[in-house]
Design a protein around this ligand. Structure first.
Ligand code: ATP
Length: 215
């Protein structure tokens, strides 16, 4: 089908920006705004209006010159593009400080993305329930991934365990991984991997702060 083929061709950065546009549009919608111009979205996102228009053209949406984009229509369309109709079940691997923060932050934020399980190696944590999310033993990973139809995993284990955790997730049939550990992992091409290293991001910000002093 054409629409499905087009979805596969959307640039990764466009997907990221669509999620950001929707977040901004939801706030506008809550405040009663019905229409928005590309330059207004651009200003919120710190990008150019041309970039916004290009992204929205890629998903087949064009506003009217006079009134701009219809906020509600755009929220719905972005939802159709980036959300999965059946919803996606997510698991967190490693319920340390970061894993716990993610669960507490994320639960209930997005209806189509549900954290249904967490996994840990520590017997003191296994069997606990946090924000409604049960913690299972890492030994049960493969069984629970199948039983609970978990498609996405967030890795928040210590760096030394990143590789073995990713391998276990792949073997269990996971489809996407968000790696929050500072250790890059290798997965087959069929699995979507996103790596986010907070320390690198912070060091990058600190670097740009440092070079301000050089001017
Ligand atoms: P805490 O003090 O609660 O353990 P932390 O943030 O210091 O938190 P880390 O050492 O970063 O904990 O570990 C993160 C979590 O990953 C911990 O809950 C730990 O028990 C768990 N963990 C460690 N190794 C594994 C593993 N191989 N599989 C699953 N979970 C693991």
């Amino acid at each position: 089908m054409k629409i499905e083929r087009d979805l596969k061709n959307l640039p990764h950065k466009t997907i990221e920006r669509l999620s950001q546009y929707r977040r901004a549009l939801l706030i506008c919608h809550e405040q009663g705004q019905t229409h928005i111009y590309s330059h207004e979205i651009a200003k919120i996102q710190h990008i150019t209006a041309v970039q916004v228009r290009r992204d929205l053209m890629l998903i087949g949406y064009s506003g009217t010159l006079r009134k701009g984009y219809n906020v509600k229509d755009l929220i719905d369309l972005i939802g159709e593009i980036i959300d999965s109709k059946r919803g996606i079940n997510v698991a967190i691997i490693g319920i340390g400080n970061l894993g716990r923060a993610l669960i507490n932050y994320f639960v209930g934020k997005r209806s189509h993305l549900e954290i249904v399980a967490s996994f840990d190696i520590n017997p003191d944590k296994i069997g606990n329930i946090m924000s409604g999310v049960p913690c299972y033993s890492i030994d049960e990973l493969a069984d629970k991934i199948h039983e609970l139809h978990i498609e996405v995993a967030i890795m928040t284990v210590p760096a030394d365990f990143a590789t073995q955790t990713a391998d276990a997730l792949v073997a269990a049939g996971i489809k996407g991984i968000l790696n929050y550990t500072p250790k890059p992992v290798n997965v087959p091409e069929t699995i979507y991997l996103e790596e986010y290293d907070m320390i690198t991001s912070l060091e990058k910000v600190a670097f740009y702060v440092k070079i301000q002093d050089l001017n």
